[in-house]
Design a protein around this ligand. Structure first.
Ligand SMILES: [Zn+2]
Ligand SMILES: [Zn+2]
Length: 336
């Protein structure tokens, strides 16, 4: 008798019937295994949550009172006979791929991931498996990232020039992940000021031991006069806002993988675009998939049909998984 597939794709999310749990479900379920704390993955309303030790504090900050069980990377948790473990996804501090094993059969749900180490998030670890579920947010050959050092140098140059010319530098970066990655990657030439949303998650990560530089929460009286040459890190929605205007003369910038597309860069108005993503680029996706040794690949999010066709041409047993919910706007790179 053939056994049922380890995972199926339902209208609530990725489901393991034998273990009776979901992975990053988008509707409330009794038991959820969570890859990372971005709001399109860690949603409110589940009965029980299982995530990494690094993911729990920010998730609890965002979701309030929830029942959470945590596991270290590599630690096995048995759920109704299924062996579940987390492995670094390199996407942001604490982010994980979920490995499931039943008998000798292994499936991996990668969540959001990035192959290039960024010096802050636990580096991506290839996990050998039979079936691999991957996102394809940037699954076209046009997406090829420069390394982080090169992008950091561009941002430093922009910051230094603004400081010389008497302007504050305001950079839009998602409050969880990208904001801290920037802080860690840049060599401060002036004070780093933060928007409240950025400061809150930064504090939580700092308390967990992630090496982050000193930041100052930019409350009402903080401006370019009180803190000349400052870099302000704020959520993208703060760009061009009254909140940003109070810093006085300033330059604004936005750091995202989408900045690789000129039309999107232009729609960001006056902001300078830096191409920096916490998702794998085209070579990264291909490297990651190859490294798993998987023969079956399921693709979710993004350029799914182009990427699926590419995988089929490469000889993979590939298929698209429809995800009904659009990524929410405050997630890293989920939205343009
Ligand atoms: Zn994410
Ligand atoms: Zn996501």
């Amino acid at each position: 008798m053939p056994t049922a597939p380890l995972l199926t794709f339902t209208d609530k999310g990725i489901y393991c019937a034998e273990g009776d749990f979901f992975i990053d479900p988008w509707r409330p379920v009794p038991r959820a295994v969570i890859t990372h704390a971005h709001s399109d993955h860690a949603r409110p309303g589940h009965g029980q949550y299982l995530c990494t030790i690094g993911t729990a504090p920010v998730m609890q900050h965002r979701l309030g009172e929830i029942a959470v069980q945590t596991a270290a990377y590599g630690e096995a948790v048995q759920i109704n006979g299924i062996r579940v473990s987390f492995h670094p996804a390199g996407h942001l501090p604490g982010s994980a791929q979920v490995r499931l094993e039943r008998g000798g059969e292994v499936w991996v749900v990668s969540g959001d991931y990035k192959v290039e180490p960024d010096g802050l998030a636990e580096p991506f670890e290839p996990v050998p498996c039979h079936a691999f579920i991957t996102e394809t947010t940037f699954g076209l050959p046009v997406f090829r990232w420069q390394n982080q050092e090169a992008v950091a140098a561009q941002i430093m140059g922009w910051w230094a020039q603004n400081a010389r010319e008497g302007r504050v530098s305001v950079i839009g970066a998602y409050a969880l992940g990208k904001a801290q990655r920037l802080m860690a990657a840049l060599t401060p030439i002036g004070p780093i000021l933060t928007h409240g949303a950025v400061e809150a998650t930064t504090r939580i990560l700092r308390q967990q031991g992630y090496a982050l530089p000193e930041t100052l929460h930019a409350t009402g009286d903080v401006s370019g006069k009180t803190h000349p040459g400052a870099l302000v890190i704020a959520p993208p929605s703060a760009l061009g806002s009254a909140w940003a205007a109070r810093f006085g003369p300033r330059s604004e910038a936005f750091a995202s993988g989408w900045m690789a597309i000129r039309g999107i860069r232009r729609r960001r108005g006056n902001a300078t675009g830096f191409v920096l993503s916490d998702h794998a680029d085209w070579p990264g996706l291909n490297t990651a998939i190859r490294a798993t040794g998987a023969s079956r690949v399921f693709v979710t999010h993004g350029y799914t049909s182009a990427f699926c066709t590419w995988l089929l041409e490469q000889g993979y047993d590939a298929q698209i998984v429809a995800t009904p919910m659009p990524p929410s706007a405050d997630t890293e790179d989920g939205a343009a």
